[in-house]
Ligand binder design. Structure first.
Ligand code: NDP
Length: 329
């Protein structure tokens, strides 16, 4: 039997419960994985609460990522006993996801873990860590380096992507400016390596000046909305913002001047359909850069029984750092 957190829809309302599933209920995909851990992400909060119509059919097992050990494989790329991580490709939305003790996944979605990453560390990083590293790699492809004149800004810094971005950037030698709506988390953000902490309002209030003094050499933006528009006007000439998330709104409210006068760029980050070679490079880099002890310090571990409550909390920005779900707890 498989234990899983299953959501179902009735009269337009989505509800979730822990259920015992027969093996035959699992999808018929080429890779059967004994799941050790999954995680909670903003998107999981949306799926569990039935927001955004991300799920195509019910009943459904959410969880946008998972890490575990291959139990059965019909694919020559994977052997029994391989440790794998699965993120993106709409796992947990279109396909059944990680909130189960066993899951069957498309082998094309799986990546073998580097030797130095445990399945726990892989999920402490999770989709958020992968996305943060993809954002850093995109900025570096556009000439960002630790020698840059100003710090790199990370918005929504106390959240999952934000926390790993701050930590990874600082470990790579960048100065990091962390923007947060929770100034009480200043000490936490500094412990991850932020060199300055900026209050959210400072960047989210609209300005009638299309260009301001340049103060950031790059940015990783998890918030969007007025924050994205405002930070663009504060970038160095030629600098880029990696646009990751829209926790603060999807309306793009910006002036064209940062692009035309300063040659700035917006780089869209898509961890869902990113090619596997790029993912493998990002996981390898994460394994080299992120210190295990610090990663554990920003991670909380919960069980399947906590998902309903956590899903509500992440949607209102009350979750700090990374949340790992121990599906066997
Ligand atoms: P979290 O909920 O962990 O973090 C989001 C953070 O954004 C919060 O902690 C908070 O930071 C800030 N925030 C929340 N609500 C608001 C608001 N109304 N206005 C301004 N800031 C707000 O989510 P994740 O870190 O998992 O994801 C961050 C974003 O990135 C989400 O939008 C998510 O959907 C997206 N995402 C995109 C991916 C991609 O491939 N492009 C992959 C993964 C996530 P603070 O308290 O510090 O202010």
């Amino acid at each position: 039997m498989v234990k899983a957190f299953v959501i179902d829809e009735a009269d337009g309302k989505v509800t979730g419960a822990i259920r015992e599933l027969d093996d035959s209920a699992l999808p018929t995909e080429g890779l059967r994985v004994k799941v050790d851990y999954s995680t909670l992400n903003y998107k999981d909060g949306m799926v569990i609460n039935g927001i955004g119509r991300l799920v195509r059919s019910y009943p459904h097992v959410p969880g946008v990522d998972l890490a575990g050990v291959v139990e059965e494989s019909s694919d020559p790329r994977f052997s029994v006993g391989d440790r794998v991580v699965v993120t993106g490709w709409r796992v947990g939305e279109v396909h059944w996801g990680g909130y189960a003790t066993v899951q069957c996944v498309n082998p094309d979605f799986a990546i073998k873990l580097p030797d130095s990453l445990s399945t726990f560390a892989a999920m402490a990083l999770g989709t958020a860590g992968l996305t943060a590293m993809l954002a850093i790699m995109a900025l570096e492809d556009h000439h960002l380096s630790p020698a840059a004149e100003h710090p790199v800004l990370v918005t929504g810094a106390a959240g999952g992507v934000g926390s790993i971005a701050v930590l990874a950037l600082s470990r790579l030698g960048y100065r990091v400016s962390a923007s947060t709506g929770r100034m009480e988390e200043e000490a936490y953000l500094r412990s991850l390596g932020a060199t300055e902490v900026v209050a959210r309002q400072e960047l989210s209030e609209p300005s009638n000046r299309p260009l301001e003094s340049a103060r950031f050499s790059g940015a990783i933006d998890n918030v969007g909305g007025t924050t994205l528009g405002r930070l663009l006007g504060q970038l160095d000439p030629g600098a880029s913002v990696a646009s990751v998330g829209l926790a603060g709104g999807s309306t793009f409210a910006a002036n064209v001047m940062p692009f035309v006068v300063r040659g700035c760029n917006i780089l869209g980050i898509d961890s869902v359909t990113c090619p596997n070679a790029r993912r493998e490079a990002a996981w390898m880099r994460l394994s080299e850069v992120i210190p295990r002890v610090t990663l554990e310090s920003l991670t909380s571990v919960y069980g399947l029984q906590d998902l309903d409550r956590l899903a509500d909390e992440i949607l209102v920005g009350h979750v700090k750092g990374r949340v790992v779900i121990d599906v066997n707890a």
